[in-house]
Design a protein around this ligand. Structure first.
Ligand code: FE
Length: 213
């Protein structure tokens, strides 16, 4: 695991805890009050806020990462560039921006299975995977995946051969990891578009495997 885990901001336990319904509506009210204030003062426009929300709903998400993986599976030169300089190779496909600046892609092999965590908070590659799932931000995943990765993977339904080593990578503000899963044998020779459909979000975090076909 990388040892110098630095963050642009310290982990905030309040932000990470689960909220009850009352707390959620309080938070929603606060957000809409701030939004109204920013708009009334002319600091942001309603249109730009709507566009930002649209980006998070439609443009960012694991479908982007799946495109990257499918391309790497079908194009060896692209795969080499991806493993050498993740940020640039991912940007070639048009995916870049906030939380995607320092991407490192790690390849699963027969011998090694990789899995990603952020032990301190929830660093995650937004441009390729979207926003992190709630379990990724939860303390049990963040601590247990380091201590007992095989057990945690099994709880996700991912059973790996005993001989396969599991490596855990700690994402941070400096480096955000993404896993390049192994291409399922049955899918060799399939089109890139078909392959995109096999790549799951969890397979790019490393807690899952791609769909077999
Ligand atoms: Fe982090």
């Amino acid at each position: 695991m990388s040892s110098n885990h630095k963050h642009s901001e310290p982990a905030n336990p309040y932000l990470e805890k689960r909220r009850n319904g009352e707390e959620t509506s309080e938070l929603e009210k606060r957000v809409s009050d701030i939004e109204a204030l920013l708009i009334s003062k002319g600091i942001v426009s309603k249109e730009s806020l709507d566009r930002m929300i649209e980006i998070y709903e439609k443009d960012l998400g694991p479908m982007n990462g799946a495109r990257v993986v499918a391309k790497a599976w079908t194009d060896d030169e692209y795969k080499s560039r991806l493993l050498q300089d993740g940020t640039s190779a991912i940007a070639e496909l048009g995916f870049s921006g906030l939380q995607g600046e320092h991407m490192v892609v790690i390849e699963n092999t027969q011998e090694v299975h990789n899995v990603v965590v952020c032990t301190l908070c929830s660093c995650y590659p937004w441009p390729v995977l979207g926003l992190p799932p709630s379990w990724y931000k939860d303390a049990p995943y963040r601590s247990r995946i380091v201590l007992e990765p095989r057990e945690v993977l099994e709880e996700f339904g991912t059973f790996l051969p005993e001989h396969q080593e599991i490596r855990v990578w700690d994402s941070s503000a400096e480096i955000r990891y993404m896993v390049l899963p192994r291409q399922p044998e049955q899918s060799k020779g399939a089109s890139e578009d078909k392959l995109v459909g096999l790549v799951t979000r969890d397979s790019m975090i490393g807690v899952g495997l791609p769909k077999p076909s």
